[in-house]
Structures are given as C-alpha cells and as structure tokens.
Write a protein that binds this ligand. Structure first.
Ligand code: GAF
Length: 384
C-alpha cells in the first residue's frame, strides 16, 4: 500500500497528519532454515511486499493501534500496563515492540499508529516480523534512539519471544531491518555479522518464484518449539553451546555419539548440513555459478522433509512438480508446516512451471496456490 494511502488512513482515524510514514518488508529465505536458533547461517532476501506504518509520537503514555487489514476499531492501551503474553490478538506485535523498547530502557511514552500490510499473513513470508520492524524503526526515528538495524531486530525478536510468546529466531527481523535491494543477506546469527551478496537473477536470465500454498501455519502451535527444544537437547548431548559448533566434517562422529536418540540425530543432521549448504550457496554465488545453487536448494528441501520433518504434501508437490518441469531448484522456505516454497528457474520456464504447479494442485484437490515472482527488495526505511 502506498505511503499516501496509509497517511490518509491515519488522518481519517486520528484527525491529524502523522509525524511520518515507514515501511518494512517481508522476506523469503533462499537457504538456511531453522539454523537461526542454533547460532547458524541464513540467507534471506527482502520482498517488495511491506508493512507500512503512519506514526505520531505521544507524550501521555497512551498507545493507539489500528490496522487497515483487520476488522475492528482503534485499540487503546497504556504503555505502562503492557505485560508479556497478555494479548492474543494482532496488536501484540506492535505493542510488544513498545514493551521491548521500554524494557531495554528507551523512554517511549506512547504513539498513534496506523498500519497496512501487503505481506501475505500466514504464508511463511514474515508478515509478523514486518509489523514489528516497521513499528520499531518508526519509534527509533521519532524518539531519536539511534539504534542500528540489527539492534532493532534483536528488540523485535525479544518482543516476539517474550511478549507474543513465540520462540522464533532472529532471521526474519534482521532480514526485514537489514536487507538491501538486489542482494541476499548472508547472516551469521551468532554475532549478527552480515554480508550483502549480489543476487540479480534477471541479469543472468533466471527468475525466482514464490509459491504460496495457502496452507496456513502458526509458530505458536508447538511444532516449531519442539524442533527448537530438540536442537537444544542435541547441543547439550554433544557438549556444545549450539549446533553451529558441530563442524560438517565431524558430523558422522557426532551422530554416532548420539546413540539411539534417533529423533535428535535427525535434527542435528539437518542443522549441520544446512549450515554447510548456506556456505556452499554463498561460495557458488560469489564465484558467479548461480545455476549451481539449484541442486543445493533441492537437498535443503529433502533435509527439511525427511530429517527435520516440517514439510507438508502441498510444499512437496510444488518442489517435485517444479523439478519435474525443468526448474533449476526448489525448496520450502520459512518455518514450515505450510506457507511458501521458492522455485529457481530459467526465465523461459516461468510459464510452463507455473502452469504445471497449478495443474498438479488442481489434480490433487488442493486449494489453488498463489504464485508470484520475487526480486530482492529494500529493507526497512522511512518513506515520508
Ligand atoms: C520462522 C522463524 F520466525 C525464524 O526465526 C526461522 O527459525 C524460520 O522460521 C525457519 O528458518 O520464520
């Protein structure tokens, strides 16, 4: 949604012009799934779809929240009363950011906020992180807090972990805050060091499709938390701080040490091989061998399906159909259990592969998927 429209929405609601308008994008993750809460590597890029917020500062302790996308009026809260896990509605995301800023000692004394988002919700494209980051960036500017992108990401993650109660990692918030147009973000989630990797598929005659299966996922439903707990158990059994510390070359020995812990073994194998896949993709992209990342993406999908066990029939059907129709690579992206897959392919294959996937879904009796092309877009920014 355009800045002017969100600004007008604010003025109609609150009767004054906002102090400014900000935008923060959703993301797709090229490779590096579930590695972020294991101190590992990820490689997301920002989508052109954004959460946009018109915001004004307030000094009286009142926080007013409204979303153009959700039925209902303006929610009015008092910043001093914000308490973790007290809110089960969408307002927990922006309110959680205010709570996290105040908990960290930043003097946020209220705000009027009107939001509108074009990031599809529940599609594994980080609509929640976009909401958090846009609010964090707006308050950072309005209260002149001087926080950098990665610091905002940490606060947003804390909002989601503690205030919302979802045990997510740091990838989505960092992607939304720090990505750059035309690049994928190679992020080390241990220390948040970053490298922007040029990722211009069109220049090489390729495209990347996002296929939203329309199967809705939810992180707070427990399976995500179970995987996270299983990874932490694996690290404890292996005597390391995080699975990031298990070297790829030592994987077989590590798996042998896990004895009959079959489930933990599978989780460990996914994380260690997935970190290695991120490093392979970075090295292939850096040497200009972009087409060669295709098989690495497919390996990543198989690992998420068979070892991490978070795929679903719809995601598998996208990957299998795309690959059978000539795609260079494909995998599920995001938290799993539904959501979206990505497909890397030659420009000339966009139409036949899209048609093949749509046909396969119709034949299987699945809801029609939503397919769109993704070009790496800009991270969070002030619009007005
Ligand atoms: C979700 C989480 F929010 C991220 O932190 C990450 O773990 C991802 O699932 C899986 O890679 O998007």
């Amino acid at each position: 949604m355009g800045a002017q429209q969100v600004r007008d929405g604010f003025a109609a609601l609150y009767g004054t012009e906002p102090d400014g308008v900000w935008a923060a994008p959703g993301r797709v993750n090229l490779i590096g799934e579930h590695t972020d809460y294991n101190d590992g590597f990820v490689m997301p890029f920002a989508l052109p779809h954004t959460a946009t917020a018109a915001v004004s500062r307030r000094e009286d302790g009142v926080l007013r929240l409204h979303s153009a996308d959700i039925e209902g009026g303006v929610a009015e809260l008092r910043v001093a009363d914000l308490a973790p896990e007290s809110d089960k509605s969408w307002t927990a995301y922006p309110a959680g950011v205010v709570w996290a800023l105040r908990e960290a000692g930043h003097p946020v004394t209220g705000a009027d906020i009107h939001l509108a988002s074009t990031v599809p919700a529940g599609a594994g494209l980080s609509s929640s992180a976009a909401l958090e980051v846009v609010v964090a960036l707006a308050l950072n500017d309005l209260y002149e807090l001087g926080l950098r992108g990665w610091q905002l990401a940490r606060l947003c993650q804390r909002a989601e972990n503690v205030y919302v109660g979802a045990p997510v990692g740091i990838m989505d918030q960092t992607a939304s805050a720090c990505c750059e147009a035309g690049h994928a973000l190679f992020l080390d989630t241990r220390d948040l060091s970053q490298r922007q990797i040029p990722f211009d598929l069109a220049a090489e005659g390729m495209r990347l499709l996002v296929v939203d299966t329309q199967v809705k996922h939810s992180h707070s439903e427990g399976e995500y938390g179970k995987r996270r707990a299983g990874c932490e158990k694996g690290a404890a059994l292996l005597g390391v701080d995080a699975l990031r510390d298990v070297a790829y070359d030592d994987l077989d020995a590590a798996l042998a040490r896990l004895g009959d812990e079959e489930e933990v073994r599978r989780l460990v194998r996914h994380i260690v091989t997935e970190n290695h896949r991120v490093e392979r993709v970075v090295s292939l992209l850096s040497s200009g061998d972009t087409r060669a990342i295709g098989p690495v993406l497919v390996e990543g999908h198989a690992s998420l399906r068979d070892d991490f066990r978070i795929s679903c029939p719809e995601l598998d059907l996208v990957v299998d159909t795309a690959m059978a129709s000539g795609a260079l690579g494909a995998r599920m992206t995001g938290g799993g259990f539904g959501g979206s897959a990505i497909v890397l392919l030659e420009e000339a294959d966009v139409e036949p592969v899209t048609k093949a996937v749509e046909k396969a879904f119709a034949t299987a009796g699945f809801t029609a998927p939503r397919v769109f092309e993704a070009v790496p877009a800009a991270g969070a920014r002030r619009l007005v």
